[in-house]
Design a protein around this ligand. Structure first.
Ligand SMILES: Cc1cc2nc3c(=O)[nH]c(=O)nc-3n(C[C@H](O)[C@H](O)[C@H](O)COP(=O)(O)OP(=O)(O)OC[C@H]3O[C@@H](n4cnc5c(N)ncnc54)[C@H](O)[C@@H]3O)c2cc1C
Length: 357
């Protein structure tokens, strides 16, 4: 069977890994000289925001036989809005290095597969579609799905990522919510190691030209004085697909809409969709059906994003106070916010806050 994977990010590599386990050797075509993420050097998996009630790494290992090492366990998240700040402490998830960083999430999967990656090879969908039995679209963006007429936009933002130097705890991230400089997006600081971190600002519904203004407002308002060694800008478009399997093309990872538009978390969706696409190809199963639970999760999270898009700073402060009152054990070990049964309660509580405005 001839299978081409377009893109060597997390989803494409996870797909290749699983195909190999079924004895299928795919062709992996990557447009750049490196596997995966180009913008950010570190990322987090936060257990409470996940789809399942479990430790995400233990789950990936148990269910998909993928053994990934994190940079560190995530033990503290500080969230700040205006003068209000809360810290949540516990076993909250994991922090990973990404992309070009040594031992990054994608480099660890790449080291587990035998299939060589063909770098500097930009795939055109209409060129490869007829040359392979299956094409796995793992490009991390929407162009192939748009070309096939199955994509709609759900959240658009500009993202600035700065590499900053300083002294950082590797088990801690900081999040800022403030409509003055992020609108309904967010800022965060995530460590790459103890001396380097990424400072990130995501601002929704602005033009590229406006980013400098919001970035300067962020640094000033929060009095952030890190040494910045590099900045990268990125237009993020999170979308949903009508179908994730069209003809002989399977859409995985961000390309398939397996990313939440709440905080832009997509690593888990990339792993799972890549693996499910491989299984559907190897066992001739319906990929649209196999991936339905993942897409339902993304749709549930999307409802929350729609509510957050209407929030002002007063609302954020009320949410922070409410989170501050939740006992530590609830946040750490109890079922995730977006599981079907908890989801409607979370949504109605957040809507209540709006009504009380
Ligand atoms: C700033 C930022 C911060 C993030 N933080 C988090 C986080 O903390 N937690 C989390 O879970 N997620 C996070 N994400 C999202 C996460 O990085 C993505 O969801 C995940 O990387 C998606 O994997 P992917 O395989 O779909 O795409 P990617 O990782 O983007 O990989 C796609 C690959 O395809 C290649 N490619 C593109 N077009 C072509 C083509 N035509 N032909 C061949 N190759 C092509 C690209 O070069 C790239 O290597 C973040 C994303 C960004 C941008």
């Amino acid at each position: 069977m001839k299978v081409a994977i377009a893109g060597a990010g997390i989803s494409g590599l996870a797909c290749a890994y699983e195909l190999e386990r079924y004895g299928i050797k795919p062709v992996i075509l990557e447009k750049s000289h490196q596997a995966g993420e180009k913008i950010v050097d570190a990322a987090a998996m936060i257990s409470v925001l996940g789809r399942l009630h479990c430790d995400p790494l233990e789950y990936i290992n148990r269910k998909y036989k993928l053994n990934i090492a994190p940079l560190d366990t995530l033990r503290e998240i500080t969230i700040k809005c205006d003068r209000q700040e809360i810290s949540v402490i516990g076993d909250l998830g994991y922090i990973f290095t990404r992309g070009r960083e040594e031992n990054s999430f994608e480099n660890q999967i790449a080291a587990m597969i035998r299939t060589p990656i063909t770098f500097n090879e930009q795939v055109e969908l209409d060129y490869i579609e007829d040359r392979y039995d299956y094409v796995v679209a793992a490009t991390g963006e929407e162009s192939f799905a748009k070309e096939m007429g199955v994509w709609t936009l759900s959240f658009s933002s500009f993202v600035r990522v700065a590499a900053v130097l300083g002294s950082f705890r590797t088990d801690c991230i900081k999040i800022w919510l403030n409509t003055k400089y992020a609108r309904n997006g967010y800022g965060y600081l995530i460590p790459c190691n103890s001396a380097k971190a990424n400072l990130v600002l995501t601002v929704n519904d602005i033009t590229y030209d406006e980013m400098d203004h919001y970035w300067m407002a962020f640094l000033e308002e929060e009095d952030l004085r890190y040494i910045i060694t590099e900045t990268r800008d990125y237009e993020s478009k999170i979308g949903k697909l009508k179908n994730v399997s069209v003809g002989n093309v399977c859409f995985v990872g961000n390309s398939g809409g397996f990313i939440d538009d709440f905080f832009g978390f997509g690593m888990m969706g990339a792993v799972e969709s890549g693996i499910l696409a491989a299984r559907s190809i190897a066992k001739d199963m319906d990929y649209n059906r196999l991936s339905r639970p993942l897409l339902k999760h993304a749709a549930r999270v999307s409802k929350l994003r729609n509510i957050l898009n209407t929030y002002d700073n007063e609302d954020y402060i009320k949410v922070l106070s409410a989170i501050g009152r939740i006992p530590e054990r609830e946040l750490t070990y109890k079922a995730p916010l977006f599981r079907p049964t908890a989801h409607s309660t979370v949504i109605s509580k957040l809507q209540d806050l709006l009504k009380r405005r």
